[in-house]
Design a protein around this ligand. Structure first.
Ligand code: AMP
Length: 404
């Protein structure tokens, strides 16, 4: 997916509108909104710093939260301007609105290497509708559009896609990296290529399973969605574990496809089960591990993979040259049910000879919680966007970028 990047255009003296993902978590402290995790800001630094070095005049825009077209001071990007300024060692200007005469004047007053951050694009009602008029107003601020907001690239909004109808559009460096690891690398992976998929529902992940069945040597399935596969393959009873009859034909089709293509499809052979499970209070009742291929009794529920499953999966991962992981192995938000997910994180981290890619969402949280982030080759910043890319979908915010 060769897309032009900021390195392919002459940007000195040019006003460049950069869509970033500054959707940072905020917390109110003493009447002020405080950023509690600045990872998303840090991830954009390579692009911003490269643009500064090129002498571009940098106009940053982003969404934050879900203000639904209304101004909401609690979802203002203003605190991000100060935080970014501290990171780049330079004052970052702030425009109280993302469009309008004052904002245009501020953009036009920028000197080479200067940075201006615009207010939340979702304060505008047109943003999420990909309103063409709003997109035109964004375009009037600049001469070039750069999309570095991978996490929003699956959305066709005015600031992620629409604006590119009116300006030459190229990829930022974070976007380039995301596409390289979550797309290009998987087109022609070093083999064996092992895919680990977890999460709750078969229906949510089936498109990813289908697409990766065409690329992978081994697919490991864990999490809530594994139980449907276990019923079909091992013939065990599932108690009240996650399962829906309508998932059966979907899982069966995946099993058939794996067989036809010679893909090794691995599923758990044991589970941590509990007799009561309250997600809201993060409480489990009595717990125990089942034996290998043992029935899950009536009234009991599988909440994590067991040690024999970890052993089985670890063997496959240890021999891999490329690993991609998306989705937890169990209800990792509850400490007692997080072991399987953390064990898999360790197993992936231990394979230092492989390209290891953490493909977004909850597996990213798990890897960070396990303090193993620096042991992975690449950790995606996208949740929904990663999943859609892995499904083989074309992301609107990527489609609009100029081809190399
Ligand atoms: P997803 O968003 O599809 O990746 O699913 C992530 C969610 O799946 C997490 O919130 C997990 O708690 C949940 N999950 C994983 N394993 C199970 C399980 N065995 N039973 C119920 N929920 C699970």
């Amino acid at each position: 997916m060769a897309k032009k990047t900021i390195h392919d255009l002459e940007l000195s003296g040019k006003r460049v509108l950069v869509r970033v993902d500054f959707n940072v978590p905020l917390e109110e402290k003493d009447g002020e909104m405080v950023i509690t995790d600045d990872t998303r800001i840090r991830m954009t630094l390579p692009t911003i710093q490269a643009l500064m070095e090129k002498g571009a005049r940098i106009i940053l825009c982003s969404h934050l939260g879900r203000p639904k077209g209304q101004r909401d001071p609690k979802q203002s990007l203003k605190p991000v301007a100060a935080a970014l300024g501290a990171l780049i060692g330079k004052t970052v200007g702030f425009a109280e609105s993302c469009v309008g005469a004052e904002t245009k004047a501020a953009a036009e007053a920028l000197q080479n290497g200067e940075v201006l951050l615009l207010e939340n694009v979702r304060f505008e009602a047109g943003e999420e509708k990909n309103d063409a008029e709003l997109a035109k107003q964004f375009a009037e601020l600049a001469e070039v559009f750069v999309n570095d907001a991978f996490g929003s690239a699956h959305r066709a909004h005015s600031s992620t896609a629409g604006v590119a109808s009116y300006l030459p559009a190229v990829s930022g460096l974070l976007m380039e990296k995301e596409l390289a690891y979550l797309h290009d690398e998987l087109e022609n992976p070093a083999r064996p290529f092992v895919v680990i998929l977890g999460g709750a529902k078969v229906s949510d992940k089936i498109e990813v399973i289908n697409r990766l069945l065409e690329k992978a040597d081994t697919i490991i399935i864990g999490g809530g969605m594994a139980y449907t596969f276990r019923k079909l393959v091992q013939g065990i009873t599932l108690g009240k574990s996650l399962y829906k009859p309508e998932w059966e034909p979907i899982a069966q089709a995946a099993l058939d496809k794996a067989k036809a293509r010679g893909v090794n499809l691995l599923i758990p052979v044991d589970a941590l089960i509990t007799d009561s499970f309250d997600f809201d209070t993060k409480q489990l009742g009595v717990t125990r591990y089942t034996g290998v291929n043992e029935d899950i009794p009536e009234g009991w529920e599988g909440v994590d993979i067991g040690p024999e499953s970890v052993k089985l999966f670890a063997e496959a991962v240890a021999g891999a040259k490329t690993v991609i992981w998306n989705g937890p192995m169990g209800v990792f938000e509850i400490k007692e049910a997080a072991k399987g997910t953390f064990d898999i994180a360790e197993v992936v981290a231990a394979n230092s000879g492989a390209t290891t890619i953490i493909g977004g969402g909850d597996s990213v949280k798990a890897v960070k919680k396990a303090k193993l982030a620096d042991k992975m080759t690449f950790i995606s910043t996208g949740g929904g966007a990663s999943l859609e890319l892995l499904e083989g979908k074309v992301l609107p915010g990527v489609a609009v970028l100029l081809d190399k």
